[in-house]
Design a protein around this ligand. Structure first.
Ligand code: SAM
Ligand code: SF4
Length: 384
């Protein structure tokens, strides 16, 4: 059996302000004050260090060098750069880092300057992913973003100047009031920037968000599937023209620019989850931390692992998860792993033009362009 690789996800649950569409586990200083908690960005890194030390008691047999580390949020770059480096050092001291360990942080474009990036690079970060979303000021406003488009490209330039090996941007498409021309402008700016990776997500109207309420009141139009599909096509064509290919339905890169951390998730490898609400996975055991930063901090302060719950995945759960994850990857899903009924569905999908015929003949389900547009529906059909 091939050895399972280990990664680490570190969640940073703070944002300067909350974007109306976002339902991630993140809090502004005002929200935390309203909750009456003493948790803040100032004391966060020390508690994360404590949690990292606690994780080894829990899973001593999983202590092995980390192949990838990902700081996500929230806005990790709201913490001082030296705090992120301190956390990274603790992971290195406790677990060791594999040669060529990929160390990513997410960043809001207006949360960093060149000196900040220089400090992260010197501390061992190798990859940075900026939440650009759009180059249209009108769309940025609809999304409540606090940065200008130009600020992203300045930050990308700084990241390259200080030596980041990989630089990515996140885009959101299909936003209310976005036009094809707005998206073309975004893509033209991406083409001119030294990025080697793009994640593009169609805007999801998450229940309970400010955006959902605004749409419900009729003040903004709801995104539609047809517009999302045609924008996805525009994105795929433009990125292909830049030499980027898709390696997961929402992710494109230049050769060698793939995010290894995300690939490890999608291949069901193992990872530690550090911070409030973070999920971990160890060979079929899934566990997640308590969600609120105050509850998380109280457990860490009392020397307890802040785990809310855990579950052992059944063989069926693992098979389902594998279908969902592998089918979205360009490397595809082995048909041999499907039940006879699911294989029949795969045959139908092939006839409908959703799967690549050549790959299918070699025993692999690999999505065509049309298949990528309909990936979620196909996953559901293969599950039954
Ligand atoms: C956890 S956020 C963190 C990134 C960073 N805080 C920022 O906003 O720049 C990661 C990405 O998820 C995407 N995202 C979050 N909510 C979304 C939604 N409702 N629909 C589509 N994409 C979303 C955005 O592209 C965002 O950049
Ligand atoms: S999209 Fe990013 S900046 Fe906006 S609220 Fe979510 S995590 Fe925070």
């Amino acid at each position: 059996m091939t050895k399972r690789s280990l990664g680490a996800y570190v969640h940073v649950p703070f944002c300067g302000s909350r974007c109306g569409y976002c339902d991630f586990n993140t809090y502004t200083a005002g929200e935390l004050q309203r909750d009456g908690t003493s948790v803040s960005a100032d004391t966060y890194a020390q508690r994360v260090v404590e949690e990292i030390r606690l994780t080894t008691q829990h899973k001593a047999d999983f202590v092995q060098p980390l192949e990838t580390i990902f700081f996500g949020g929230g806005t990790p770059t709201l913490l001082p750069a030296l705090d992120l480096n301190l956390i990274l050092r603790e992971l290195a001291n406790t677990y060791a880092l594999a040669d060529n360990c990929e160390v990513t942080t997410e960043a809001n474009p207006d949360s960093v300057d060149k000196e900040y990036l220089e400090t992260l690079r010197a501390g061992g970060f190798t990859r940075i992913s900026f939440g650009h979303q759009s180059s249209s000021q009108k769309v940025l406003q609809v999304l409540d973003r606090t940065h200008t488009s130009g600020r992203t490209w300045q930050a990308v330039q700084w990241a390259r100047e200080v030596g980041f090996e990989h630089v990515s941007v996140d885009l959101i498409y299909g936003s209310p009031h976005e036009t094809d021309e707005d998206l073309q402008l975004t893509l033209a700016e991406v083409a001119a920037a030294p990025v080697d990776h793009v994640s593009a997500y169609s805007l999801i109207v998450e229940p309970g968000t400010r955006l959902a309420a605004t749409i419900k009141r009729g003040e903004l139009p709801a995104p539609t599937d047809d517009v999302a599909a045609s924008r996805y096509e525009i994105i795929d064509n433009a990125l292909a023209a830049m030499g980027m290919s898709w390696y997961e339905v929402s992710n494109w890169s230049l050769p060698g620019g793939e995010c290894r951390h995300n690939i490890a998730y999608w291949r069901n490898q193992d990872w530690l989850g550090i911070g409030p609400g973070a999920h971990a996975h160890f060979d079929g055991l899934r566990q997640w931390n308590v969600k609120h930063p105050a509850a998380w901090a109280a457990l860490v302060d009392s020397g307890e692992l802040p785990v809310a719950d855990r579950e052992h995945l059944s063989a069926l759960d693992v098979a389902h998860e594998n279908i969902m994850l592998a089918l979205r990857l360009r490397t595809g899903l082995a048909l041999a792993e499907l039940s006879p009924a699911a294989n029949e569905q795969a045959e139908i999908a092939l006839t409908d033009g959703l799967l690549e015929p050549e790959q299918f003949a070699n025993g692999l389900a690999v999505l065509t362009f049309k298949g990528r547009l309909l990936a979620d529906g196909l996953v559901a059909r293969l599950w039954d």
